[in-house]
Design a protein around this ligand. Structure first.
Ligand code: ATP
Length: 821
């Protein structure tokens, strides 16, 4: 099969990762892969000008030189390798990188828009923002004539499978193209532009859509490619603004992108700890000025020195009048007398290096796109590759586009409930979460006195990004509901030392972007003095407990639940919110802190790889933390395009190392002279006690000979990350609020058991871990978790990411280069 991939509409970070994944997977599956430059415009223009001007492809010489290289190096691979070798390089990759400026007066690369690419042509594309193959908005493609020309160009190249990465417009265009394809081809045949053979061979166009948009405005997927990076950019800006706003006690009105979608504004509001947010889907009632000023005035009254108001670019009031940042500033200045500034973030939100998520998700989605193409036939609908919680899904493309359009229609018809519903439950939850954690709430909104709880909040184990955010939001929820949030400092040891105090709404205000653990944390378990812990529960009249931490948190909850047999004080609802960079808590697919950690790893590895590439032929062995869980190493390897990864789950053997050395030698021997690049090997610190990072590095130095050199870098505690990533912050908010609702529900169940002096019996269900499982969030009783836990190695027995290690090696070409597949 010949596959073409294009990017269309507005650019977004992560598009390059998607193209890279499509190219590599396509080649691995035996396809020829082409990129189409400048979106649909490139399809319409095709290669005519070039063909006339040059008459032949440029790739042959490059391929020849590769073949010569291979001979020089006496490459001895099995016959299965021919495919990869033939697809190694076409010289176009270099042209692609350097040629974008040649798009002048509608001519690109001498008129070549549909370009065959090889394995090495997409090298190093991961770390670059935007789209290297160019994008455009093509008016011509919107016409039948334009699409006819596009079909002709594709057939000329023998292509009838297309991956389109773009927004709803681009995906609509893709579907229109597919539906029209048979007619377009008939027409081309009738006008003798294609032969009967071509007509028969290419009778059906296969199309798969990848959603590339920073707005995250597409229905039926939780995330679009580029939205996570845009959120990073916004949060970086808000974090920076926060400190200056605090210093001068100023108000800032920040305008963020998102067009008709408030996703970026809402999530940035949650992650950045904003005071007020304006979005299109939930417009304020007119006159909204009163409500905004009243809320901000109250924040100032309790002592807040700074104010952040976010305005989505498509924000409007309930009468559909646009809400503009300048006007909000005017209102805040005039009515509240606040020194107010406006910051429009503009295109900085689009740019920059993709965050970890915008490398991992587009990669997984690109792989799935090729699989979907290969499995597609005339009877299957066009699919869009989406994401639901933690699962890559195929959804009918036009259904997703239609649902997206329905949101815009609902907003225009002022049916805001419907608009919110169509945006999906996560969006709605985040919006409600923002309101709960930003607004002070009133006395009348609080729960009746008998339903209020004294809630203990404790951190366990090593610090992880998002712990403080989760605590802040739990505290804010408590205060709104009338509960008393109690900080237990320094873990269970702190509890035994009476190191416990009440937290306030203002006291936790600045915790959102803070790394580490504000409460203090340690690894001591309740079993150190379980009777003493029970006595303290009683002394401080704890009625609910939120444990935020890693594997220790899970173990602590287990001990407390088992302690219920002997200690009535533990008959209270208790919940564990997993937070650990190792992501080793059983059952759950995600722990707070793991995204921050992946981003820290990506940042470090980008810098290391640059250094390694500068020396051309250097392998860096990068050591990661993660305990006996290979999650960070594996996902990190996927996010940075590492060549090899070692995990404790698989361990390390001499055979493995022998093969890996052979692979690296082969790989370096295929690099063109002077065009070698730095490569990364990621090794979890506990992968082997014998084959240490130091030993591996020395071994590679020895074995690399004249082909490559080796160095090592241990990332150590830098992986705990400084500032938590926006995703860890927003997930912290979402999950901690769910934990609080869980505690309330079980508290109410206990209350229903009888009078105030009757001993209460908490069921096993009331001691649970909040888990993310594939596409849903579930509370799992801690006792049910035990059978899934490997208590010796402190990790889950099964992990969803195991297969990713194989994918890392596939995308590095290891099996192919070794002639294994
Ligand atoms: P973004 O979300 O960044 O705006 P988008 O994909 O929605 O991305 P559009 O400008 O709407 O951006 O569409 C990109 C291109 O897709 C258009 O320039 C056009 O070439 C093509 N396209 C859009 N709608 C159609 C359509 N109905 N029929 C054919 N082609 C279309």
């Amino acid at each position: 099969m010949r596959i073409a991939v294009l990017t269309s509409g507005g650019d977004s970070a992560g598009m390059n990762a998607a193209v890279r994944a499509v190219v590599k997977t396509g080649i691995l599956k035996g396809c020829e892969v082409y990129v189409v430059r400048e979106g649909y415009e490139g399809l319409v223009r095709g290669n005519t000008e070039w063909a006339e001007a040059e008459g032949q492809r440029v790739n042959t010489s490059a391929t020849e030189s590769v073949k010569q290289e291979v001979e020089i190096n006496q490459y001895q691979a099995g016959s299965d390798n021919v495919n990869l070798l033939e697809n190694l390089r076409f010289g176009d990759g270099e042209l692609l990188k350097d040629g974008t400026s040649e798009f002048v007066g509608g001519r690109t690369l001498k008129g070549r828009y549909i370009v065959r690419v090889g394995w090495d042509d997409v090298r190093g594309w991961f770390s670059q923002g935007g789209t290297l193959i160019g994008t455009a908005r093509s008016m011509t493609f919107k016409t039948v004539e334009g699409r006819r020309a596009a079909a002709h160009n594709l057939v000329k190249e023998g292509i009838d499978a297309l991956v389109v990465c773009g927004g709803d417009g681009s995906l609509t265009g893709a579907d229109v193209f597919r539906r029209e394809w048979p007619d377009l081809l008939s027409n081309l045949y009738e006008t003798s532009l294609i032969t009967e053979e071509q007509l028969k061979k290419h009778g059906h166009l296969k199309i798969v859509g990848l959603v590339g948009s920073i707005d995250n405005d597409m229905s039926m997927t939780d995330l679009t490619i580029g939205a996570p990076t845009a959120l990073h950019r916004i949060c970086e800006a808000i974090d920076n603004i926060n400190s200056t706003a605090y210093s001068h006690s100023r108000a800032f009105v920040v305008e963020v992108m998102g067009r008709d979608c408030g996703w970026l504004a809402v999530l940035a509001g949650v992650a950045g700890g904003a005071d007020f947010v304006f979005i299109p889907e939930r417009p304020p009632q007119v006159p909204w000025e009163d409500a905004m000023c009243a809320e901000i005035h109250r924040h100032r009254e309790v002592g807040k020195r700074k104010t952040i108001v976010l305005v989505a670019e498509g924000a409007q009031d309930a009468d559909l009048n646009p809400i503009k940042a300048e006007y909000v500033k005017q209102v805040l200045s005039e009515r509240l007398g606040l020194d107010t500034r406006v910051t429009t973030l503009g295109h900085t939100q689009r740019g920059g290096r993709p965050c970890a998520l915008d490398r991992i998700l587009p990669t997984l989605q690109g792989v799935e796109a090729v699989n979907a193409l290969l499995e597609s036939d005339e009877s299957t609908p066009s699919y869009m590759i989406g994401l639901h919680e933690n699962k890559i899904v195929r959804v009918p493309l036009m259904e997703a586009v239609e649902q997206t359009r329905a949101v815009t229609r609902a907003v225009k018809a002022k049916d805001y409930d419907k608009a919110l519903e169509l945006r999906g439950s996560e969006f709605k939850e985040m919006l409600e979460g923002f309101i709960y954690t930003s607004a002070l709430g009133s006395e009348s909104e609080k729960l009746p006195k008998e339903k209020r709880m004294r809630v203990g909040i404790i951190h366990m184990g090593a610090p992880a990004g998002g712990m403080n955010a989760a605590t802040r939001d739990a505290v804010r929820y408590c205060i709104r509901q009338g509960h008393t949030p109690l900080a237990i400092h320094n873990g269970f040891r702190g509890l035994l030392d009476d190191n416990i105090d009440e937290l306030s709404w203002l006291g936790v205000d600045a915790w959102m972007p803070r790394g580490g653990s504000e409460l203090g944390t340690n690894r001591a378990l309740p079993s150190a003095d379980i009777g003493g812990v029970a006595a303290k529960f009683q002394q401080f009249k704890l009625q609910a407990l939120l444990i935020i931490g890693g594997f220790e948190g899970f173990c602590a909850l287990l001990e407390l639940e088992e302690g219920r047999k002997h200690y009535p004080a533990f008959h209270i609802p208790m919940v564990h919110l997993p937070a650990t960079i190792s992501n080793n808590v059983p059952v759950t697919e995600y722990s707070l802190g793991s995204d921050t950690s992946l981003n820290a790893l990506v940042d470090a590895c980008d810098a290391i790889k640059q250094s390694a590439s500068a020396s051309r032929d250097r392998v860096f062995v990068v050591e990661t933390q993660g305990g006996k869980c290979g999650f960070i190493a594996t996902m990190g390897a996927l996010a940075v395009g590492a060549s090899l990864v070692y995990t404790p789950e698989d361990g390390m053997t001499l055979d493995m190392l022998r093969r890996d050395v052979r692979y690296l030698k082969t790989r370096y021997s295929l690099d063109l002279p002077g065009k070698s690049e730095g490569r990364l090997v990621i090794r979890n610190e506990k992968s082997s006690e014998v084959y240490t990072t130091n030993m591996i590095t020395k071994m590679l130095q020895e074995e690399g000979g004249s082909l490559f050199d080796a160095r090592s870098a241990a990332l150590g505690h830098t992986l705990q990350g400084g500032i938590p990533s926006p995703f860890d912050r927003v997930r912290a908010a979402r999950l901690s609020l769910k934990c609080m609702v869980f505690l309330e529900q079980h508290h109410n169940r206990l209350l229903a058991q009888g009078g105030p002096h009757k001993p209460r019996h908490a069921t096993g269900e009331s001691a649970a871990v909040i888990t993310v499982q594939t596409s849903s969030v579930k509370m799992v009783p801690v006792q049910d978790m035990v059978s899934h836990a490997d208590m010796v190695n402190r990790r889950g027995k099964n992990a969803w990411w195991y297969d990713i290690k194989g994918l890392v090696e596939q995308l590095a070409g290891k099996p192919k280069f070794l002639g294994l597949h």
